[in-house]
Write a protein that binds this ligand. Structure first.
Ligand code: SF4
Length: 360
């Protein structure tokens, strides 16, 4: 049987769900003032997903932490926002991955096999300066890494042996994050929208209001309709100017620049022309990739640029300015800079200023 602490860390595991079921809590029980802490924590889980896209773990009170997960799921389902299903699932999966990467190999393997049906073998091999701890069956690898854009995940760049892909511990936990995200997204989206009574319903209403206040920031609706290159953050400006000068951009620079330009409203044809005219890229292939990032092909997901911390990891962050110290995302930089430029230009300049607090 799973311990209460383990269940609180990974409340989406089947054993954790069983543990919650044995407590036999009803909606009426949850409305009792004795469960206020659970409702508050569930509300925080959802709010963290909305604001940061990443929940934190609060393991000081394990039973509250455990119970708040199904209640948070219930809140998300009741809110009925498709956009939030995916964001919440990602937020919880990233939280879990932060804990998983510090687990022993044996624990990781157990979760992977029993919960997600992976065919996985433990190994202990140092190759090319990397410590490989797992071999994962090719099809399990592909199911989870297929959506990754970084070159190191491409199958041609992987070490393989007899149909198995070698993985480090960090890589295994990252792939598990994908499984967890799918499981949680399925949990919150497959139920019919529900209406919750009493204090539960009040929390849902307050979260809906909170989401509405942040909606335009999250979906990019508050960005100006006209492109303002002078508001580009240093990293994007550097990649953009590098491209114009004919420099060969790294994969991350190309993805970051393309997704940024799409999100700030540059026309697909213009982006294609940009790449094709200054490089020797094949037009058809380039267009396909750009349309994929724009959500017009494949999974139909419109990608946003990576966060500043991902850009930093991949050496794409370049010459950060003072404003960079206060933001976590290149689009936030753009949003604030646009507002500053518009303010300098006077009130007749067009779009209304976005909320800077929310932009962080
Ligand atoms: S801090 Fe962020 S916005 Fe600023 S240069 Fe670095 S990656 Fe770009």
């Amino acid at each position: 049987m799973i311990s209460e602490r383990e269940a609180a860390k990974y409340p989406f595991l089947n054993d954790a769900v069983t543990l919650v079921e044995t407590l036999g809590l009803t909606l009426e029980d949850l409305m009792d003032p004795g469960h206020t802490k659970v409702l508050d924590r569930a509300e925080r889980r959802v709010a963290q997903a909305i604001i940061n896209g990443e929940a934190t773990s609060e393991l000081g009170d394990t039973i509250t932490e455990l119970l708040s997960f199904p209640v948070g799921n219930m809140f998300i389902t009741a809110m009925g926002e498709q956009f939030l299903f995916r964001r919440y699932a990602l937020s919880e999966a990233v939280r879990a991955q932060g804990l998983l990467k510090d687990e022993t190999e044996e624990r990781l393997a157990k979760i992977a096999r029993l919960e997600f049906g992976w065919t996985l073998r433990l190994v202990d091999e140092s190759l090319d300066g990397r410590l490989y701890r797992f071999e994962l069956l090719f099809k399990d690898y592909l199911r989870n890494a297929a959506g990754f854009r970084e070159p190191e995940w491409k199958i041609v760049n992987r070490l393989m042996r007899e149909g198995y892909v070698l993985l480090t511990r960090r890589e295994a936990s990252r792939l598990l994050q994908e499984e967890i995200q799918r499981r949680i997204a399925d949990l919150v989206s497959r139920r019919r929208q529900i209406s919750l009574p009493g204090p539960l319903g009040a929390k849902v209403e307050s979260l809906k209001k909170f989401f509405d206040e942040n909606r335009s920031r999250l979906t990019g609706e508050d960005l100006p309709s006209e492109l303002m290159t002078e508001a580009f953050p240093p990293c994007i400006r550097h990649a953009f100017e590098g491209l114009m000068a004919g420099k060969r951009l790294s994969h991350m620079e190309r993805f970051g620049l393309t997704s940024f330009l799409i999100n700030v409203g540059m026309d697909i044809d213009e982006i294609v022309n940009l790449f094709v005219s200054v490089t020797d890229f094949d037009e058809q292939f380039t267009r396909y990739q750009i349309e994929h990032i724009a959500g017009l092909r494949g999974s139909r997901t419109k990608y946003t640029p990576p966060t500043c911390s991902t850009f930093k990891t991949h050496s794409v962050c370049y010459n950060p300015e003072r404003l960079c110290q206060h933001i976590k995302h290149p689009l936030s930089y753009y949003r604030i800079k646009v507002r500053d430029i518009q303010r300098e230009q006077g009130p007749e300049s067009g779009d209304e200023a976005p909320n800077t607090q929310a932009a962080k």
